[in-house]
Write a protein that binds this ligand. Structure first.
Ligand SMILES: Cc1cc2nc3c(=O)[nH]c(=O)nc-3n(C[C@H](O)[C@H](O)[C@H](O)COP(=O)(O)OP(=O)(O)OC[C@H]3O[C@@H](n4cnc5c(N)ncnc54)[C@H](O)[C@@H]3O)c2cc1C
Length: 404
């Protein structure tokens, strides 16, 4: 176990500065263009792959080689400071990797996770497919069926997934399916759908409010057959788990939830990156913009807003770092991962809205980046568990009661 410390190590500081520089040189200059194009920014992700930022190695070293848990949040904050849409395009495959790591065996992790990234010469993408058109927060309502065909040792998947980052353009789709509908969310399992599998196709591509450089689409699975070895964790373990649940014993958290729990501090870090971008920009603007013969920051009405923005950002970062440290060094006690994500998402939405206020009319135009940051921030109140779902998790944890 490592001591919790706010002091970053020398390597962490170097990493932070390295990602920051990539954001300054590559991500920020490209942000407006890809937001307007609403397309996956392949050339930018390619550049991230060339320097090793878009790679399984980077993620593995950050996750496995770090006892403090802070390395990944620190890197993500800098990347999303550059741009959240491009940041999501670079981080989207990590959700698939996390899904494989959460439920897969060591061999499955080694086989499939590298295929979510490829390399700079041959870029690959991963997608984690849990949400459905009629069930996002309500994971017990998933309908995509997974049926085992004993004769061929294959799983047959049928159904539609919604809101999937990299959906349809990914090489590896990790799909959460319902094996036993009578067991609700405890009857789920996760499957790898390998590249080029017949029956998997992209449905509608969503046109979004923010993070528009990140590709989000429906994924349709029509009689998709995957080999038995594509069931994450293996059949024996699944059968044992389902048998335990049927006997009324306490089952493990459902597959999708395990993935989201592990990724919440990282999503909080994304939100902080967006908030910090807007805060820094509006602070400089407030010093330069004059009204009534003085810089607008000379008015308490503006200066106090900036003071509150700085305070909220730091408070959010403390919660994210605590959650990231706990995830590595013990376990969450009072849903600290959810607290961090809830607070950071709200902070990003609030701070970016205040940033528009500080820029006045200019803040409301596309000439300045704060309107984009405001649009980008809002997603952090929605995906990987909405505000209300985080509140639900926290209230259950603190009360020990079934809150509906
Ligand atoms: C850009 C984007 C990318 C995404 N990427 C992925 C991805 O890669 N993979 C994936 O699987 N999913 C992804 N999602 C889906 C995302 O996780 C869901 O949108 C989210 O979980 C909410 O589900 P929903 O949209 O169905 O809303 P709903 O669950 O229908 O919720 C609607 C509203 O009701 C509230 N609500 C629901 N239940 C309760 C309750 N019990 N108590 C109080 N309030 C409640 C919610 O908080 C929300 O305000 C993505 C979504 C977006 C927008």
């Amino acid at each position: 176990m490592s001591e919790f410390s706010l002091e970053l190590s020398e390597e962490q500081e170097q990493l932070r500065d390295w990602v920051h520089q990539f954001s300054v040189d590559v991500v920020r200059p490209a942000a407006e263009e890809w937001d307007e194009r609403e397309e996956f920014p392949y050339p930018i992700v390619q550049q991230a792959a060339e320097i090793g930022l878009y790679s399984w190695d980077f993620l593995a070293q950050g996750m496995l080689g770090d006892k403090t848990g802070l390395t990944i949040p620190v890197a993500i904050e800098e990347l999303f400071w550059g741009d959240a849409g491009i940041g999501m395009a670079i981080m989207g495959s990590a959700l698939a990797a996390a899904g494989i790591a959460a439920s897969g065996t060591q061999e499955q992790v080694m086989e499939w996770v590298p295929q979510c990234y490829g390399d700079a010469a041959d870029l690959k993408l991963g997608a984690f497919c849990a949400s459905e058109p009629d069930a996002g927060s309500d994971v017990g309502g998933y309908r995509l069926r997974a049926v085992y065909d004993e004769a061929t040792d294959e799983w047959v998947l049928n159904g539609t997934k919604a809101w999937i980052t990299n959906g349809g353009i990914a090489d590896i789709h990790v799909v959460v399916g319902v094996v036993d509908p009578e067991l609700g969310s405890k009857g789920h399992a996760s499957f790898i759908v390998p590249p080029g599998t017949p029956g998997l196709s992209q449905g509608q591509k969503y046109r979004k409010h923010g993070i528009r450089a990140s590709h989000t689409a429906e994924v349709v699975l029509d009689e998709v057959r995957v080999p038995g070895r594509c069931l994450l964790g293996g059949k024996e373990k699944l059968d044992e788990r389902l048998a335990r649940v049927r006997r009324g014993e306490k089952g493990n958290a459902q597959a999708a939830m395990q993935t989201f729990e592990a990724t919440r501090p990282a999503v909080g870090a994304q939100a902080i990156g967006v908030a910090r971008a807007a805060y820094e920009y509006s602070l400089e603007y407030a010093k330069e913009r004059h009204a009534f013969g003085r810089p607008i920051i000379a008015n308490q009405g503006i200066a106090f807003m900036l003071a509150d923005m700085a305070t909220e950002i730091d408070a959010s970062r403390m919660l994210v770092w605590r959650a990231a440290w706990l995830a590595k060094n013990g376990e969450f006690r009072n849903a600290e991962g959810s607290m961090a994500k809830l607070k950071a998402g709200r902070t990003a939405t609030w701070v970016t809205e205040r940033a528009i206020q500080i820029l006045g009319g200019y803040g409301y135009t596309r000439e300045y980046p704060v309107e984009r940051w405001h649009r980008d921030a809002k997603i952090h109140d929605i995906f990987e568990g909405t505000e209300q779902i985080q509140q639900l998790v926290i209230s259950r944890a603190i009360s020990g009661m079934r809150i509906e």
